[in-house]
Design a protein around this ligand. Structure first.
Ligand SMILES: [Zn+2]
Length: 80
């Protein structure tokens, strides 16, 4: 994991209470990750899109996939 992860890490590891609720969910509302289907209470963080949700676990999984690509692109631009 390189610089890109260091930049994005605070975004995904921000857990716990007290932070603004991105999904705007009330306690009675049942929201779940559109990717893995876990409910908001099963994950540390649920991030809302226009009409979809993604949990922190799926974001971390996606980052594992895309970060090597980013670093490849970054090193390529270094070469010129
Ligand atoms: Zn998920």
């Amino acid at each position: 994991m390189g610089a890109a992860f260091a930049i994005l890490a605070p975004w995904i590891v921000r857990r716990g209470k007290g932070t603004a609720d991105p999904a705007g969910q009330g306690k009675d509302t049942k929201l779940s990750c559109s990717f893995c289907g876990k409910s908001q209470i099963e994950v540390a963080r649920l991030i809302s899109g226009p009409s979809v949700f993604i949990c922190n676990e799926c974001v971390e999984l996606c980052m594992e996939i895309v970060l090597p690509l980013w670093e490849k692109v970054a090193s390529r631009s270094d070469d010129g």
